[in-house]
Design a protein around this ligand. Structure first.
Ligand SMILES: [Zn+2]
Length: 328
């Protein structure tokens, strides 16, 4: 497209067109909005449809995790840095984004995971603002489905001071996940570095333990939402297939911690993958399913709005973001 044609297209619409849209007349002298200090990003939510089911991706910021040799357990640091560089990411930190999914299905409002609440990285904690900006109210949530018990997925349910955030929601968790983290024997036997996770699961779920519903893989948890076992990242880590009519979405949860690394190199094991080999097996299985079925996918940890498609590429895969569309 030539510059001339571009400038013609960019020319302001006629005054009649503007008033028909109800917009104020635009004078040449109107100052441009300030874009520097204090400028705010647009609210972090994005809606799309899977058949009759409405999905809203809600952004909860990110965590700039310092990149060290231990982050990918089975790859040299230089290779990991190179992969990030190829993705135009910094090489001293891995920016790990957080995105939850909210589903409207069968007249119910369903959350898949709840974000960091007020106990995550200083660059997260934006979930509630974005959730409300999307027009939702925590009191309207009917069901919360938890993929696994890491803090960035469960802390949004209960603030640091103990406040329960979703007063009317039933909470559903995977049975093997509950069986692992809520087992006192497993906690006693766990390495010191994992004890915080066990304690946090007790802090969040303890007060509601008798009401928590445990699910097995293969079960339909809400209309059109079926859980798929995805172990390795944690013992009961779960993914979900959302389907309506011919449309299908695979909610990958933490099947990868960043597409720049673990979609392109599915054999790489993140430090967060508790059983590295099992996580690789699960990752390959789910990525292959998404690629061969050409299903839409949503990740918990991918650049916002964290949804798109998976293409086979060499010995790995590529994450192809879905194109923005103003029509829902
Ligand atoms: Zn996570």
């Amino acid at each position: 497209m030539s510059l001339t044609r571009r400038s013609i297209l960019a020319a302001a619409p006629s005054a009649a067109a503007i008033s028909a849209l109800g917009a104020p007349a635009f004078a040449q002298s109107t100052p441009a909005p300030a874009a520097a200090a204090g400028a705010q990003q647009a609210p972090g939510f994005y809606r799309y449809k899977v058949g009759d089911i409405e999905v809203t991706a809600i952004n909860d910021g990110f965590w700039a995790r310092p990149l060290d040799a231990g982050f990918v357990k089975n790859a040299p640091l230089e290779e990991v840095q190179k992969a990030q560089e190829q993705y135009f990411l910094p090489t001293n930190v891995t920016p790990i984004p957080f995105t939850t999914s909210v589903l409207r299905t069968g007249g119910r409002l369903v959350l898949i995971d709840t974000g960091n609440g007020n106990s995550g990285a200083p660059t997260s904690g934006t979930w509630m603002t974005n959730f409300k900006a999307a027009g939702f109210d925590p009191a309207q949530v009917n069901t919360i489905i938890i993929s696994h018990f890491h803090g960035d997925h469960i802390n949004g349910m209960r603030l640091k001071d103990g406040t329960a955030v979703f007063p009317n929601a039933e909470v559903m968790v995977s049975a093997p996940e509950w069986g692992f983290w809520m087992d006192d024997g497993k906690m006693a036997a766990a390495p010191e570095g994992l004890k915080g996770n066990f304690n946090n699961a007790r802090r969040v779920f303890g007060p509601m333990a008798k009401d928590v519903k445990q699910y097995e893989s293969g079960k339909e948890l809400a209309p059109g939402v079926t859980t798929v076992a995805a172990p390795g990242h944690t013992p009961g880590h779960s993914a979900y297939v959302v389907s309506s009519g011919n449309a299908k979405l695979i909610l990958m949860s933490d099947t990868t911690n960043h597409p720049a690394l673990f979609v392109r190199r599915p054999e790489w094991q993140a430090v967060f993958d508790m059983d590295g080999n099992q996580a690789v097996e699960t990752r390959k299985k789910l990525l292959d399913m998404a690629a061969s079925e050409k299903a839409r996918v949503a990740f918990y940890h991918a650049p916002f709005p964290a949804n798109g498609y998976i293409a086979k590429s060499g010995s790995g895969y590529e994450f192809v973001p879905a194109q923005w569309t103003p029509a829902i």
